[in-house]
Design a protein around this ligand. Sequence first.
Ligand code: JQB
Length: 230
Amino acid sequence: MRIDIISIFPEFFGVLDISLLGKARERGLIDLTVHNLRDFTHDRHRTVDDTPYGGGAGMVMKPEPWGDAFDAVLAESPSPVVVFPSPAGERFTQATARELALEPHLVFGCGRYEGIDQRVIAHTASRPGVRVREVSLGDYVLNGGEVAVMAMIEAIGRLVPGMVGNPQSLTEESHEDGLLEYPSYTKPATWRDLEVPPVLLSGNHGAIASWRHEQQVERTRRVRPDLLGE
Ligand code: JQB
């Protein structure tokens, strides 16, 4: 999978080298390039923002540097998906991560200020072969798209075929079956007077599977009843 990120803070993505994605890049599964939007400006101040038409607070990212950045990054890519993180986007879920993990080329456009001139999104979507998604991490406002893209790349990257050693560990975790995950325990069996639930020491795999499923349902009902439609 090829991933390009366009941002005015390219240094932000240095941590991807030391996280899970470091391994994916070493193994040649993910080829990630970060581009500085300011490299696509043509004025001496490398301006990327301007005042909003119609008035209002803050600044908006101007379209020209974005257009030139996408001209360069999308050249010779047959069917990229361009993701714009935005508080006004569709919700990014495990299902979104699964879909995007199957794509050969993802491009993330990281906005700042009050966001990007909407014509950039419209123009990018009008490019032949390009699919655009405006995606939100959740219902809170960040200062820009960078942190959202880091989270999305971590969620997507671990689903790229070949990334996780044991594929069963992917299907048994939170959200893959619409439930929160069951609680986990490791040695020692007693720690500061707290015991590991005895069923987990029983060796009865059927009883363990039932107990874990009960724990998932109980926890989901208590913490996230919305996931059960309740
Ligand atoms: C600028 C962003 C998010 C990208 C995701 C999420 O967009 C704004 N509108 C009003 C005020 C401030 C901003 C800041 N901003 C680009 C940008 C916020 C993404 C974002 C996001 N994905 N919350 N906020 N879940």
